[in-house]
Design a protein around this ligand. Structure first.
Ligand code: ADP
Ligand code: ZN
Length: 216
């Protein structure tokens, strides 16, 4: 199963990716994590990316594409992968098509999580993740069963992203609608798009994703 999760910040990509990993036993490829891993591993591209990131700049498409391509060649991606937060632009989407074609594989589906803007702001402003295992929570919408302890691993340390506030969200949403939302049309035209109601309860969203992924 080769999947892309597409949707604005706060639409539930991370939450659903976490569940899909278990269900399909395939890894989630987050470009931010991959860049940091490549830097730690000391690959040529990784070292190059680290210099750029340390300077606070954006890593170029070429570098991100190369890192994703190398990652997909790892043995744990043989049965598939979930791309979350990438591609973000039409240029990157073209690069993904070309890269996968070069490897003789194809995307199975692009799951688009649809959520209204007001809800996105509410979700993002209250979210935090477990430092140990990355499971995502929310102050009011998705609390751990036991206060202050991760349901998944029991961890007690959590982190919040500095750009997860209403102010930064306005800019992030504008960037999403301008640069990333054109991918909806792009994948629709390729008959890969599977829109899902991301406003539903987390379990219901999972069920809907499951049902749209059951190919005939
Ligand atoms: P993304 O990865 O798309 O930015 P997240 O998966 O981090 O989004 O979800 C954003 C926040 O909303 C998190 O705090 C998460 O716990 C919560 N959340 C995710 N999906 C739902 C949902 N269907 N209903 C309510 N809250 C949700
Ligand atoms: Zn945890």
């Amino acid at each position: 199963m080769r999947l892309i999760l597409l949707g604005p910040p706060g639409s539930g990509k991370g939450t659903q990716a976490h569940r899909l990993i278990e269900e399909y036993k395939i890894p989630q490829l987050s470009t931010g994590d991959m860049l940091r891993e490549a830097a730690v591993a000391g690959t040529e591209t990784g070292i190059h990316a680290k210099t750029i990131m340390d300077a606070g700049k954006l890593v170029s498409d070429d570098v991100v594409n190369k890192i994703v391509s190398d990652r997909i060649d790892e043995p744990d991606c043989t049965n598939g992968f979930i791309l979350d937060g990438y591609p973000r632009t039409l240029t990157q989407a073209d690069a993904v098509e070309e890269m996968l074609a070069g490897k003789g594989v194809q995307l199975d589906a692009v799951v688009e999580l649809r959520v209204d803007d007001e809800v996105l702001v509410e979700r993002v402003a209250g979210r935090y993740t477990c430092i140990n295992c990355g499971t995502g929570y929310h102050d009011t919408l998705n609390k751990p069963k036991k206060d202050g302890a991760c349901d998944n691993c029991g961890g007690t340390e959590f982190k919040r992203r500095p750009d997860d506030n209403a102010d930064a969200m306005r800019t992030r949403l504008q960037v999403y609608y301008k640069d990333t939302s054109p991918l909806i049309g792009y994948y629709y035209a390729k008959r890969k798009l599977k829109p899902v109601d991301g406003m539903a309860e987390i379990d219901d969203v999972s069920r809907e994703i499951h049902s749209v992924l059951d190919f005939d």
